[in-house]
Design a protein around this ligand. Structure first.
Ligand code: HGA
Length: 608
Protein backbone atom coordinates (compact mmCIF):
# COMPACT_ATOMS: atom_id res chain seq x y z
CA UNK A 1 0.00 0.00 0.00
CA UNK A 2 1.76 3.21 0.97
CA UNK A 3 5.49 3.25 0.38
CA UNK A 4 8.24 4.49 2.69
CA UNK A 5 11.82 5.36 1.90
CA UNK A 6 14.37 7.13 4.06
CA UNK A 7 18.09 7.81 3.71
CA UNK A 8 21.01 9.14 5.73
CA UNK A 9 24.19 9.64 3.71
CA UNK A 10 27.20 11.77 2.90
CA UNK A 11 25.69 12.69 -0.44
CA UNK A 12 22.48 14.40 -1.49
CA UNK A 13 19.69 11.96 -0.58
CA UNK A 14 16.96 13.70 -2.62
CA UNK A 15 17.61 11.66 -5.81
CA UNK A 16 17.66 8.46 -3.69
CA UNK A 17 14.31 9.36 -2.14
CA UNK A 18 12.73 10.26 -5.49
CA UNK A 19 13.98 7.14 -7.26
CA UNK A 20 12.84 5.01 -4.33
CA UNK A 21 9.38 6.58 -4.39
CA UNK A 22 9.08 5.97 -8.12
CA UNK A 23 9.77 2.30 -7.55
CA UNK A 24 7.27 2.22 -4.69
CA UNK A 25 4.61 4.11 -6.54
CA UNK A 26 2.83 0.89 -7.52
CA UNK A 27 2.03 0.26 -3.86
CA UNK A 28 0.01 3.44 -3.41
CA UNK A 29 -0.19 6.49 -5.55
CA UNK A 30 -2.65 9.18 -4.63
CA UNK A 31 -0.06 11.61 -3.33
CA UNK A 32 3.64 11.75 -2.57
CA UNK A 33 6.02 13.79 -0.47
CA UNK A 34 9.50 14.12 0.97
CA UNK A 35 10.90 15.92 3.99
CA UNK A 36 14.61 16.62 4.36
CA UNK A 37 16.77 18.08 7.08
CA UNK A 38 18.59 20.97 5.47
CA UNK A 39 20.95 22.60 7.94
CA UNK A 40 18.81 23.37 10.99
CA UNK A 41 15.63 23.34 8.98
CA UNK A 42 13.10 20.72 7.98
CA UNK A 43 11.91 21.29 4.41
CA UNK A 44 9.01 19.48 2.85
CA UNK A 45 7.31 19.14 -0.49
CA UNK A 46 4.04 17.26 -1.04
CA UNK A 47 1.78 16.90 -4.04
CA UNK A 48 -1.36 15.01 -4.84
CA UNK A 49 -0.98 12.87 -7.96
CA UNK A 50 2.15 11.16 -9.11
CA UNK A 51 5.71 11.19 -7.80
CA UNK A 52 6.81 12.96 -10.98
CA UNK A 53 4.78 16.03 -10.00
CA UNK A 54 6.29 16.08 -6.54
CA UNK A 55 9.75 15.61 -8.06
CA UNK A 56 9.27 18.66 -10.26
CA UNK A 57 8.23 20.72 -7.23
CA UNK A 58 11.24 19.51 -5.20
CA UNK A 59 13.48 20.44 -8.14
CA UNK A 60 12.11 24.00 -8.16
CA UNK A 61 12.70 24.34 -4.44
CA UNK A 62 16.33 23.29 -4.92
CA UNK A 63 16.30 20.65 -2.18
CA UNK A 64 19.70 19.21 -1.30
CA UNK A 65 20.19 17.30 1.95
CA UNK A 66 21.93 14.41 3.61
CA UNK A 67 18.96 13.13 5.61
CA UNK A 68 15.35 12.70 4.61
CA UNK A 69 12.23 10.57 4.36
CA UNK A 70 9.69 10.08 1.57
CA UNK A 71 6.26 8.54 1.09
CA UNK A 72 3.73 7.54 -1.53
CA UNK A 73 0.25 7.46 -0.04
CA UNK A 74 -2.83 5.31 -0.50
CA UNK A 75 -5.29 7.17 1.67
CA UNK A 76 -7.13 5.36 4.44
CA UNK A 77 -7.95 8.26 6.80
CA UNK A 78 -8.69 11.61 5.21
CA UNK A 79 -9.16 12.47 1.56
CA UNK A 80 -6.57 12.78 -1.15
CA UNK A 81 -5.31 16.28 -0.41
CA UNK A 82 -1.92 17.90 -0.03
CA UNK A 83 -2.60 18.52 3.66
CA UNK A 84 -3.18 14.80 4.21
CA UNK A 85 -0.12 13.71 2.22
CA UNK A 86 2.92 12.54 4.18
CA UNK A 87 5.42 13.47 5.62
CA UNK A 88 3.60 15.00 8.56
CA UNK A 89 5.47 17.51 10.67
CA UNK A 90 5.18 18.61 14.27
CA UNK A 91 7.60 21.32 15.44
CA UNK A 92 10.55 20.13 13.38
CA UNK A 93 9.82 16.38 13.59
CA UNK A 94 8.89 14.87 10.23
CA UNK A 95 7.56 11.37 9.72
CA UNK A 96 6.06 8.99 7.21
CA UNK A 97 3.68 6.21 8.12
CA UNK A 98 2.17 3.10 6.57
CA UNK A 99 -0.78 1.47 8.29
CA UNK A 100 -3.71 2.55 10.40
CA UNK A 101 -3.67 3.92 13.94
CA UNK A 102 -6.88 2.58 15.43
CA UNK A 103 -6.87 4.75 18.54
CA UNK A 104 -6.17 7.97 16.61
CA UNK A 105 -9.38 9.67 17.77
CA UNK A 106 -8.59 9.16 21.42
CA UNK A 107 -4.99 10.36 20.88
CA UNK A 108 -6.20 13.34 18.87
CA UNK A 109 -8.43 14.42 21.74
CA UNK A 110 -5.65 14.02 24.28
CA UNK A 111 -3.18 15.94 22.11
CA UNK A 112 -5.71 18.74 21.54
CA UNK A 113 -5.99 19.12 25.28
CA UNK A 114 -2.20 19.37 25.39
CA UNK A 115 -2.45 22.28 22.98
CA UNK A 116 -1.63 20.62 19.65
CA UNK A 117 -3.41 21.81 16.54
CA UNK A 118 -4.15 19.48 13.65
CA UNK A 119 -3.63 20.33 10.00
CA UNK A 120 -4.85 17.07 8.45
CA UNK A 121 -7.59 14.49 8.81
CA UNK A 122 -5.10 11.60 8.91
CA UNK A 123 -4.57 9.17 11.72
CA UNK A 124 -0.83 9.68 11.09
CA UNK A 125 -0.64 13.24 12.37
CA UNK A 126 -1.20 12.10 15.95
CA UNK A 127 2.11 10.20 15.76
CA UNK A 128 4.01 13.35 14.77
CA UNK A 129 2.54 15.29 17.72
CA UNK A 130 3.12 12.42 20.14
CA UNK A 131 6.76 12.35 19.03
CA UNK A 132 7.11 16.05 19.70
CA UNK A 133 5.34 15.69 23.04
CA UNK A 134 7.88 13.09 24.22
CA UNK A 135 10.85 15.01 22.80
CA UNK A 136 9.72 18.06 24.74
CA UNK A 137 9.88 15.98 27.91
CA UNK A 138 13.62 15.50 27.35
CA UNK A 139 13.71 12.19 25.49
CA UNK A 140 16.03 11.83 22.51
CA UNK A 141 14.62 10.85 19.12
CA UNK A 142 14.89 7.10 19.70
CA UNK A 143 13.47 7.19 23.22
CA UNK A 144 10.63 9.44 22.03
CA UNK A 145 9.78 6.92 19.30
CA UNK A 146 9.88 4.04 21.77
CA UNK A 147 7.53 5.95 24.08
CA UNK A 148 5.27 6.96 21.20
CA UNK A 149 4.74 3.49 19.72
CA UNK A 150 3.63 2.21 23.11
CA UNK A 151 0.69 4.62 22.87
CA UNK A 152 -0.42 3.35 19.48
CA UNK A 153 -2.83 0.57 18.69
CA UNK A 154 -3.12 -0.60 15.12
CA UNK A 155 -0.51 -1.08 12.45
CA UNK A 156 2.46 1.01 11.48
CA UNK A 157 5.73 1.23 9.70
CA UNK A 158 7.34 4.56 10.59
CA UNK A 159 10.42 6.53 9.61
CA UNK A 160 11.16 9.71 11.55
CA UNK A 161 13.67 12.56 11.30
CA UNK A 162 14.08 15.69 13.37
CA UNK A 163 15.82 18.99 12.73
CA UNK A 164 17.12 18.85 16.30
CA UNK A 165 19.02 15.60 15.60
CA UNK A 166 20.35 15.86 12.03
CA UNK A 167 22.74 12.96 12.47
CA UNK A 168 20.18 10.17 12.76
CA UNK A 169 16.92 8.68 11.63
CA UNK A 170 14.68 6.33 13.62
CA UNK A 171 12.07 3.85 12.51
CA UNK A 172 9.60 1.30 13.87
CA UNK A 173 7.50 -1.57 12.66
CA UNK A 174 4.27 -3.24 13.80
CA UNK A 175 1.99 -5.02 11.36
CA UNK A 176 3.46 -3.37 8.23
CA UNK A 177 6.70 -4.34 6.51
CA UNK A 178 9.85 -2.25 7.02
CA UNK A 179 13.47 -3.01 6.32
CA UNK A 180 16.84 -1.34 6.74
CA UNK A 181 19.33 -1.16 3.88
CA UNK A 182 23.02 -1.14 4.80
CA UNK A 183 25.31 0.92 2.59
CA UNK A 184 28.92 2.12 2.74
CA UNK A 185 28.85 5.19 4.96
CA UNK A 186 25.10 5.50 4.31
CA UNK A 187 22.00 3.69 5.48
CA UNK A 188 18.39 3.47 4.39
CA UNK A 189 14.90 2.43 5.44
CA UNK A 190 12.21 1.21 3.08
CA UNK A 191 8.92 -0.60 3.08
CA UNK A 192 10.05 -2.69 0.12
CA UNK A 193 13.53 -3.62 -1.02
CA UNK A 194 12.84 -2.32 -4.53
CA UNK A 195 13.01 1.25 -3.16
CA UNK A 196 16.69 1.00 -2.24
CA UNK A 197 18.03 -1.73 -4.49
CA UNK A 198 19.93 0.84 -6.55
CA UNK A 199 21.90 1.73 -3.41
CA UNK A 200 22.35 -1.59 -1.57
CA UNK A 201 21.37 -5.26 -1.50
CA UNK A 202 22.23 -5.81 2.16
CA UNK A 203 19.05 -5.66 4.18
CA UNK A 204 17.74 -6.27 7.69
CA UNK A 205 14.04 -7.13 7.90
CA UNK A 206 12.62 -5.57 11.05
CA UNK A 207 10.43 -7.80 13.18
CA UNK A 208 7.12 -6.99 14.82
CA UNK A 209 7.55 -4.43 17.59
CA UNK A 210 11.11 -3.48 16.56
CA UNK A 211 12.45 0.05 16.62
CA UNK A 212 15.78 1.08 15.12
CA UNK A 213 18.23 3.95 14.92
CA UNK A 214 20.33 4.68 11.84
CA UNK A 215 23.30 6.99 11.50
CA UNK A 216 25.52 7.13 8.42
CA UNK A 217 27.83 4.50 9.84
CA UNK A 218 25.76 2.50 12.31
CA UNK A 219 22.46 0.70 12.74
CA UNK A 220 21.02 -0.39 16.08
CA UNK A 221 17.84 -2.47 16.31
CA UNK A 222 15.73 -2.83 19.48
CA UNK A 223 12.97 -5.33 20.14
CA UNK A 224 9.50 -4.58 21.54
CA UNK A 225 11.00 -4.39 25.07
CA UNK A 226 13.53 -1.80 23.86
CA UNK A 227 16.36 -4.30 24.24
CA UNK A 228 19.23 -4.08 21.77
CA UNK A 229 19.04 -7.10 19.43
CA UNK A 230 20.99 -8.50 16.50
CA UNK A 231 18.94 -9.13 13.38
CA UNK A 232 20.27 -11.18 10.52
CA UNK A 233 21.59 -9.38 7.43
CA UNK A 234 20.17 -10.75 4.16
CA UNK A 235 21.43 -10.31 0.65
CA UNK A 236 18.45 -9.44 -1.52
CA UNK A 237 18.24 -11.24 -4.84
CA UNK A 238 15.66 -8.89 -6.38
CA UNK A 239 17.02 -8.05 -9.82
CA UNK A 240 16.94 -4.54 -11.21
CA UNK A 241 15.69 -5.99 -14.52
CA UNK A 242 12.59 -7.30 -12.77
CA UNK A 243 11.83 -3.73 -11.70
CA UNK A 244 12.26 -2.25 -15.18
CA UNK A 245 9.69 -2.29 -17.99
CA UNK A 246 12.06 -3.39 -20.74
CA UNK A 247 10.34 -3.52 -24.13
CA UNK A 248 6.82 -3.67 -22.66
CA UNK A 249 4.25 -0.92 -22.44
CA UNK A 250 3.05 -1.86 -18.98
CA UNK A 251 4.23 -4.00 -16.09
CA UNK A 252 1.00 -5.96 -16.36
CA UNK A 253 1.79 -6.88 -19.96
CA UNK A 254 5.36 -7.74 -19.03
CA UNK A 255 4.20 -9.90 -16.14
CA UNK A 256 1.59 -11.70 -18.26
CA UNK A 257 4.35 -12.57 -20.71
CA UNK A 258 6.72 -13.66 -17.95
CA UNK A 259 4.38 -16.47 -16.93
CA UNK A 260 6.01 -19.36 -18.81
CA UNK A 261 9.31 -18.56 -17.09
CA UNK A 262 7.73 -17.83 -13.70
CA UNK A 263 5.83 -21.13 -13.76
CA UNK A 264 8.87 -23.06 -15.00
CA UNK A 265 10.91 -21.64 -12.09
CA UNK A 266 8.16 -22.48 -9.57
CA UNK A 267 7.93 -26.13 -10.69
CA UNK A 268 11.63 -26.61 -11.40
CA UNK A 269 12.40 -28.70 -8.31
CA UNK A 270 9.44 -31.00 -8.98
CA UNK A 271 10.32 -31.47 -12.64
CA UNK A 272 13.85 -32.43 -11.56
CA UNK A 273 13.07 -34.53 -8.51
CA UNK A 274 9.36 -35.45 -8.57
CA UNK A 275 6.61 -34.43 -6.12
CA UNK A 276 8.60 -34.25 -2.88
CA UNK A 277 7.30 -32.99 0.47
CA UNK A 278 10.61 -31.18 1.02
CA UNK A 279 9.35 -28.53 -1.39
CA UNK A 280 7.38 -27.22 1.60
CA UNK A 281 10.11 -27.50 4.23
CA UNK A 282 12.38 -30.01 5.89
CA UNK A 283 9.73 -31.50 8.19
CA UNK A 284 6.87 -31.24 5.72
CA UNK A 285 6.47 -34.97 5.26
CA UNK A 286 5.62 -35.60 8.92
CA UNK A 287 3.19 -32.68 9.01
CA UNK A 288 1.43 -33.29 5.69
CA UNK A 289 1.07 -37.02 6.30
CA UNK A 290 -0.74 -36.34 9.52
CA UNK A 291 -3.27 -33.74 8.43
CA UNK A 292 -6.85 -34.80 7.84
CA UNK A 293 -8.06 -31.81 5.87
CA UNK A 294 -7.14 -28.41 4.54
CA UNK A 295 -8.46 -24.93 5.35
CA UNK A 296 -7.32 -22.26 2.89
CA UNK A 297 -7.36 -18.56 3.88
CA UNK A 298 -6.67 -15.78 1.40
CA UNK A 299 -7.95 -12.54 -0.16
CA UNK A 300 -8.68 -11.33 -3.69
CA UNK A 301 -6.94 -13.17 -6.50
CA UNK A 302 -5.18 -15.44 -4.00
CA UNK A 303 -8.62 -16.49 -2.76
CA UNK A 304 -9.50 -17.60 -6.28
CA UNK A 305 -6.27 -19.62 -6.40
CA UNK A 306 -7.48 -21.25 -3.18
CA UNK A 307 -10.90 -21.95 -4.68
CA UNK A 308 -9.26 -23.73 -7.61
CA UNK A 309 -7.10 -25.74 -5.22
CA UNK A 310 -10.18 -26.93 -3.37
CA UNK A 311 -11.32 -28.78 -6.49
CA UNK A 312 -7.87 -30.37 -6.82
CA UNK A 313 -7.37 -31.25 -3.17
CA UNK A 314 -10.74 -32.97 -2.76
CA UNK A 315 -10.58 -34.78 -6.11
CA UNK A 316 -6.91 -35.77 -6.20
CA UNK A 317 -5.74 -35.88 -2.59
CA UNK A 318 -9.10 -37.07 -1.24
CA UNK A 319 -8.99 -34.65 1.70
CA UNK A 320 -11.77 -32.28 2.75
CA UNK A 321 -10.87 -28.71 1.86
CA UNK A 322 -12.58 -25.44 2.60
CA UNK A 323 -11.61 -21.98 1.41
CA UNK A 324 -12.48 -18.75 3.12
CA UNK A 325 -11.83 -15.06 2.63
CA UNK A 326 -9.34 -14.14 5.33
CA UNK A 327 -11.13 -10.97 6.44
CA UNK A 328 -14.30 -13.00 7.08
CA UNK A 329 -12.61 -15.91 8.83
CA UNK A 330 -10.68 -13.73 11.25
CA UNK A 331 -13.82 -12.22 12.78
CA UNK A 332 -16.08 -15.23 13.13
CA UNK A 333 -16.26 -17.95 15.72
CA UNK A 334 -14.86 -20.51 13.31
CA UNK A 335 -14.90 -24.22 14.09
CA UNK A 336 -11.29 -25.33 14.42
CA UNK A 337 -10.09 -28.83 13.68
CA UNK A 338 -6.41 -28.90 14.68
CA UNK A 339 -5.94 -31.89 12.39
CA UNK A 340 -6.58 -29.60 9.44
CA UNK A 341 -3.73 -27.80 7.74
CA UNK A 342 -4.11 -24.03 7.48
CA UNK A 343 -2.90 -22.82 4.08
CA UNK A 344 -2.49 -19.07 3.61
CA UNK A 345 -1.86 -17.57 0.18
CA UNK A 346 -0.49 -14.05 -0.34
CA UNK A 347 1.69 -12.64 -3.12
CA UNK A 348 3.42 -10.13 -0.84
CA UNK A 349 3.40 -12.30 2.26
CA UNK A 350 2.29 -9.16 4.11
CA UNK A 351 -1.47 -9.05 3.39
CA UNK A 352 -2.80 -7.85 6.70
CA UNK A 353 -6.11 -9.72 6.69
CA UNK A 354 -4.38 -12.97 5.75
CA UNK A 355 -1.74 -12.48 8.43
CA UNK A 356 -4.41 -11.80 11.04
CA UNK A 357 -6.44 -14.81 9.88
CA UNK A 358 -3.32 -16.96 10.31
CA UNK A 359 -2.78 -15.63 13.84
CA UNK A 360 -6.45 -16.23 14.62
CA UNK A 361 -6.30 -19.81 13.30
CA UNK A 362 -3.33 -20.46 15.58
CA UNK A 363 -5.19 -18.98 18.52
CA UNK A 364 -8.03 -21.42 17.80
CA UNK A 365 -5.61 -24.33 18.16
CA UNK A 366 -4.34 -24.92 14.62
CA UNK A 367 -0.72 -25.96 14.84
CA UNK A 368 -0.06 -26.90 11.26
CA UNK A 369 0.29 -23.98 8.90
CA UNK A 370 1.66 -23.61 5.41
CA UNK A 371 2.01 -20.43 3.40
CA UNK A 372 2.32 -19.86 -0.32
CA UNK A 373 4.02 -16.52 -0.94
CA UNK A 374 6.09 -14.75 -3.54
CA UNK A 375 8.26 -12.56 -1.33
CA UNK A 376 10.96 -14.34 0.68
CA UNK A 377 11.31 -13.44 4.33
CA UNK A 378 7.96 -11.67 4.42
CA UNK A 379 5.78 -11.82 7.52
CA UNK A 380 3.34 -14.61 6.63
CA UNK A 381 5.93 -17.23 5.67
CA UNK A 382 7.93 -16.31 8.76
CA UNK A 383 4.85 -16.99 10.88
CA UNK A 384 4.13 -20.33 9.17
CA UNK A 385 5.37 -23.82 9.92
CA UNK A 386 5.79 -24.74 6.24
CA UNK A 387 6.41 -22.53 3.23
CA UNK A 388 6.37 -22.76 -0.52
CA UNK A 389 7.78 -19.73 -2.29
CA UNK A 390 6.46 -19.10 -5.75
CA UNK A 391 9.25 -17.91 -8.00
CA UNK A 392 7.36 -15.33 -10.00
CA UNK A 393 9.87 -12.51 -9.39
CA UNK A 394 8.79 -9.01 -8.47
CA UNK A 395 5.18 -8.31 -9.43
CA UNK A 396 4.69 -4.58 -9.93
CA UNK A 397 1.36 -4.31 -11.76
CA UNK A 398 -1.41 -3.89 -9.20
CA UNK A 399 -3.57 -6.49 -10.96
CA UNK A 400 -2.01 -9.82 -10.08
CA UNK A 401 -1.12 -12.09 -13.02
CA UNK A 402 2.02 -14.20 -12.71
CA UNK A 403 1.59 -14.40 -8.94
CA UNK A 404 -1.79 -16.08 -9.49
CA UNK A 405 -0.64 -18.70 -12.00
CA UNK A 406 2.44 -19.54 -9.95
CA UNK A 407 0.25 -19.86 -6.84
CA UNK A 408 -1.84 -22.35 -8.80
CA UNK A 409 1.31 -24.24 -9.79
CA UNK A 410 2.39 -24.36 -6.14
CA UNK A 411 -1.05 -25.47 -4.96
CA UNK A 412 -1.13 -28.21 -7.56
CA UNK A 413 2.22 -29.50 -6.30
CA UNK A 414 0.84 -29.42 -2.75
CA UNK A 415 -2.19 -31.41 -3.91
CA UNK A 416 -0.13 -34.18 -5.47
CA UNK A 417 2.23 -34.35 -2.48
CA UNK A 418 -0.78 -34.66 -0.15
CA UNK A 419 -2.32 -37.28 -2.44
CA UNK A 420 0.89 -39.31 -2.41
CA UNK A 421 1.38 -39.11 1.36
CA UNK A 422 -2.23 -40.16 1.92
CA UNK A 423 -1.98 -43.05 -0.50
CA UNK A 424 -4.58 -41.65 -2.90
CA UNK A 425 -2.37 -41.54 -5.99
CA UNK A 426 -0.89 -44.46 -7.90
CA UNK A 427 2.60 -44.26 -9.37
CA UNK A 428 1.06 -44.12 -12.81
CA UNK A 429 -1.15 -41.19 -11.87
CA UNK A 430 1.81 -39.40 -10.33
CA UNK A 431 3.80 -39.88 -13.53
CA UNK A 432 0.81 -38.47 -15.47
CA UNK A 433 0.66 -35.36 -13.28
CA UNK A 434 4.39 -34.83 -13.71
CA UNK A 435 3.99 -35.06 -17.45
CA UNK A 436 1.18 -32.48 -17.40
CA UNK A 437 3.33 -30.18 -15.30
CA UNK A 438 6.21 -30.60 -17.73
CA UNK A 439 4.02 -29.37 -20.60
CA UNK A 440 2.63 -26.46 -18.62
CA UNK A 441 5.09 -23.62 -19.43
CA UNK A 442 4.91 -24.48 -23.14
CA UNK A 443 1.11 -24.52 -23.13
CA UNK A 444 1.04 -21.17 -21.34
CA UNK A 445 3.33 -19.82 -24.07
CA UNK A 446 0.88 -21.07 -26.72
CA UNK A 447 -2.00 -19.38 -24.91
CA UNK A 448 -0.01 -16.12 -24.96
CA UNK A 449 0.17 -16.37 -28.73
CA UNK A 450 -3.60 -15.76 -28.79
CA UNK A 451 -3.00 -12.11 -27.87
CA UNK A 452 -3.81 -10.59 -31.31
CA UNK A 453 -7.19 -12.37 -31.47
CA UNK A 454 -8.04 -11.39 -27.92
CA UNK A 455 -7.08 -7.77 -28.61
CA UNK A 456 -9.74 -7.73 -31.33
CA UNK A 457 -12.36 -8.96 -28.88
CA UNK A 458 -11.26 -6.28 -26.46
CA UNK A 459 -12.30 -3.58 -28.93
CA UNK A 460 -15.85 -4.87 -28.61
CA UNK A 461 -15.72 -4.97 -24.83
CA UNK A 462 -14.34 -1.46 -24.47
CA UNK A 463 -17.66 0.42 -24.97
CA UNK A 464 -19.62 -1.91 -22.64
CA UNK A 465 -20.51 -1.09 -19.07
CA UNK A 466 -21.18 -4.65 -17.85
CA UNK A 467 -19.97 -8.17 -18.57
CA UNK A 468 -20.74 -11.64 -17.27
CA UNK A 469 -18.22 -14.45 -16.88
CA UNK A 470 -19.31 -18.08 -16.66
CA UNK A 471 -17.46 -21.27 -15.83
CA UNK A 472 -18.12 -24.59 -14.16
CA UNK A 473 -16.11 -26.79 -11.83
CA UNK A 474 -12.39 -26.07 -11.91
CA UNK A 475 -13.03 -23.17 -14.28
CA UNK A 476 -15.54 -21.33 -12.12
CA UNK A 477 -12.73 -19.70 -10.07
CA UNK A 478 -11.09 -18.69 -13.36
CA UNK A 479 -14.32 -16.98 -14.41
CA UNK A 480 -14.20 -15.13 -11.07
CA UNK A 481 -10.59 -14.14 -11.69
CA UNK A 482 -11.46 -12.98 -15.23
CA UNK A 483 -14.27 -10.77 -13.91
CA UNK A 484 -12.01 -9.37 -11.18
CA UNK A 485 -9.25 -8.54 -13.67
CA UNK A 486 -11.71 -6.78 -15.97
CA UNK A 487 -13.22 -4.63 -13.23
CA UNK A 488 -9.88 -3.83 -11.59
CA UNK A 489 -8.23 -2.33 -14.62
CA UNK A 490 -10.96 -1.41 -17.14
CA UNK A 491 -13.62 -0.37 -14.56
CA UNK A 492 -16.25 -2.33 -16.47
CA UNK A 493 -18.67 -3.87 -14.03
CA UNK A 494 -18.14 -7.62 -14.32
CA UNK A 495 -19.55 -10.54 -12.40
CA UNK A 496 -18.84 -14.24 -12.52
CA UNK A 497 -21.18 -17.13 -11.89
CA UNK A 498 -20.99 -20.87 -12.01
CA UNK A 499 -22.77 -21.41 -15.35
CA UNK A 500 -25.42 -23.58 -13.69
CA UNK A 501 -26.48 -20.65 -11.51
CA UNK A 502 -27.47 -18.48 -14.45
CA UNK A 503 -31.11 -19.45 -14.38
CA UNK A 504 -31.31 -18.75 -10.64
CA UNK A 505 -30.96 -15.01 -11.14
CA UNK A 506 -28.31 -13.47 -13.37
CA UNK A 507 -30.03 -14.53 -16.59
CA UNK A 508 -32.36 -11.59 -15.93
CA UNK A 509 -29.45 -9.29 -16.81
CA UNK A 510 -28.77 -10.82 -20.20
CA UNK A 511 -29.69 -8.87 -23.32
CA UNK A 512 -27.99 -8.00 -26.60
CA UNK A 513 -25.84 -5.44 -24.77
CA UNK A 514 -24.33 -7.84 -22.29
CA UNK A 515 -21.17 -9.67 -23.40
CA UNK A 516 -20.95 -13.08 -21.75
CA UNK A 517 -17.51 -14.67 -21.47
CA UNK A 518 -17.58 -18.44 -21.11
CA UNK A 519 -14.68 -20.60 -20.05
CA UNK A 520 -15.53 -23.87 -21.64
CA UNK A 521 -12.69 -26.35 -22.05
CA UNK A 522 -13.31 -29.85 -23.23
CA UNK A 523 -13.91 -31.44 -19.84
CA UNK A 524 -16.76 -33.55 -18.49
CA UNK A 525 -18.91 -30.48 -17.90
CA UNK A 526 -18.67 -29.18 -21.44
CA UNK A 527 -22.11 -30.39 -22.54
CA UNK A 528 -23.66 -28.78 -19.46
CA UNK A 529 -21.90 -25.50 -20.23
CA UNK A 530 -23.16 -25.66 -23.81
CA UNK A 531 -26.74 -25.87 -22.54
CA UNK A 532 -26.11 -22.82 -20.35
CA UNK A 533 -24.78 -21.00 -23.40
CA UNK A 534 -27.98 -21.79 -25.28
CA UNK A 535 -29.90 -20.17 -22.45
CA UNK A 536 -27.85 -16.99 -23.03
CA UNK A 537 -28.24 -17.05 -26.83
CA UNK A 538 -31.99 -17.54 -26.49
CA UNK A 539 -32.11 -14.18 -24.65
CA UNK A 540 -30.02 -12.40 -27.30
CA UNK A 541 -26.79 -12.40 -25.25
CA UNK A 542 -23.50 -12.39 -27.16
CA UNK A 543 -21.10 -15.16 -26.21
CA UNK A 544 -17.29 -14.98 -26.15
CA UNK A 545 -16.05 -18.50 -25.57
CA UNK A 546 -12.58 -19.62 -24.52
CA UNK A 547 -12.23 -23.30 -25.22
CA UNK A 548 -9.44 -25.69 -26.19
CA UNK A 549 -8.43 -27.39 -29.40
CA UNK A 550 -10.19 -30.63 -28.53
CA UNK A 551 -13.72 -29.29 -28.20
CA UNK A 552 -16.06 -29.23 -31.17
CA UNK A 553 -17.27 -25.65 -30.92
CA UNK A 554 -18.00 -23.67 -34.00
CA UNK A 555 -18.54 -19.96 -34.43
CA UNK A 556 -22.06 -18.87 -35.26
CA UNK A 557 -24.17 -15.74 -35.05
CA UNK A 558 -23.52 -14.21 -31.64
CA UNK A 559 -21.04 -16.94 -30.64
CA UNK A 560 -17.33 -16.08 -30.90
CA UNK A 561 -14.72 -18.69 -30.12
CA UNK A 562 -11.02 -18.56 -29.26
CA UNK A 563 -9.18 -21.83 -28.79
CA UNK A 564 -6.38 -22.35 -26.30
CA UNK A 565 -3.94 -25.22 -27.06
CA UNK A 566 -4.76 -28.88 -26.46
CA UNK A 567 -6.73 -29.68 -23.32
CA UNK A 568 -4.37 -29.44 -20.37
CA UNK A 569 -6.16 -31.92 -18.11
CA UNK A 570 -6.31 -30.88 -14.48
CA UNK A 571 -4.02 -27.95 -15.20
CA UNK A 572 -6.49 -26.46 -17.66
CA UNK A 573 -7.46 -23.63 -15.21
CA UNK A 574 -3.90 -22.28 -15.43
CA UNK A 575 -4.03 -22.21 -19.24
CA UNK A 576 -7.46 -20.57 -19.28
CA UNK A 577 -6.28 -17.81 -16.98
CA UNK A 578 -4.06 -16.39 -19.74
CA UNK A 579 -6.85 -15.34 -22.14
CA UNK A 580 -8.92 -13.68 -19.41
CA UNK A 581 -5.86 -11.71 -18.30
CA UNK A 582 -5.19 -10.61 -21.88
CA UNK A 583 -8.84 -9.69 -22.41
CA UNK A 584 -8.80 -7.44 -19.34
CA UNK A 585 -5.46 -5.91 -20.34
CA UNK A 586 -6.47 -5.07 -23.90
CA UNK A 587 -9.91 -3.82 -22.87
CA UNK A 588 -8.25 -1.47 -20.38
CA UNK A 589 -5.84 -0.32 -23.11
CA UNK A 590 -8.75 0.39 -25.44
CA UNK A 591 -10.48 2.38 -22.70
CA UNK A 592 -7.32 4.31 -21.91
CA UNK A 593 -7.21 3.55 -18.18
CA UNK A 594 -4.02 3.45 -16.15
CA UNK A 595 -3.38 -0.28 -16.41
CA UNK A 596 -0.61 -0.61 -13.83
CA UNK A 597 -2.10 1.80 -11.33
CA UNK A 598 -5.87 1.40 -11.41
CA UNK A 599 -7.83 3.98 -9.49
CA UNK A 600 -8.45 3.43 -5.77
CA UNK A 601 -6.33 0.28 -5.62
CA UNK A 602 -2.85 -0.51 -4.41
CA UNK A 603 -0.50 -3.45 -4.31
CA UNK A 604 0.36 -5.34 -1.14
CA UNK A 605 -2.67 -4.68 1.03
CA UNK A 606 -1.21 -4.00 4.44
CA UNK A 607 -4.26 -2.30 5.92
CA UNK A 608 -7.59 -3.80 6.97
N1 HGA B 1 -3.43 5.86 7.48
C1 HGA B 1 -2.48 6.62 6.73
C2 HGA B 1 -1.53 5.70 5.96
C3 HGA B 1 -2.31 4.88 4.97
C4 HGA B 1 -1.60 3.66 4.44
O1 HGA B 1 -0.73 3.04 5.04
N2 HGA B 1 -2.03 3.17 3.27
O2 HGA B 1 -1.49 2.01 2.76
C5 HGA B 1 -3.15 7.63 5.80
O3 HGA B 1 -4.32 7.50 5.47
O4 HGA B 1 -2.47 8.56 5.40
Amino acid sequence: MCGIVGAIADRDVVPVLIEGLKRLEYRGYDSAGIAVIDGRDVRRVRRTGRVAEMEAAAGQEGFNARLGVGHTRWATHGGVTEANAHPHISHGVALVHNGIIENHEEQRERLRQLGYEFESQTDTEVIAHLMHHYLKQGNDLLAALQRTVKELTGAYALAVVSRAEPERMVCARMGCPLLIGLGEGENFVASDVSAIIQATRQVIFLEEGDTAELTRTSVRVFDGDDQLVQREVHLSDVSLASLELGPYRHFMQKEIHEQPRAIADTIEATIDGGFLPTLFGANAEAVLKDVEGVQILACGTSYYAGMTARYWIEAIAGLPCSVEIASEYRYRAAYANPKHLIVTISQSGETLDTMEALKYAKSLGHQHTLSICNVPESAIPRASELVCYTRAGAEIGVASTKAFTTQLAALFQLTVVLGKLHGRISEEEEAGYLEELRFLPGSVQHALNLEPQIALWAERFAPKSDALFLGRGLHYPIALEGALKLKEISYIHAEAYPAGELKHGPLALVDADMPVVVIAPNDKLLEKVKSNMQEVRARGGELFVFTDQDSNFSESEGVHVIRTPRHAGVLSPIIHTIPVQLLAYHTALARGTDVDKPRNLAKSVTVE
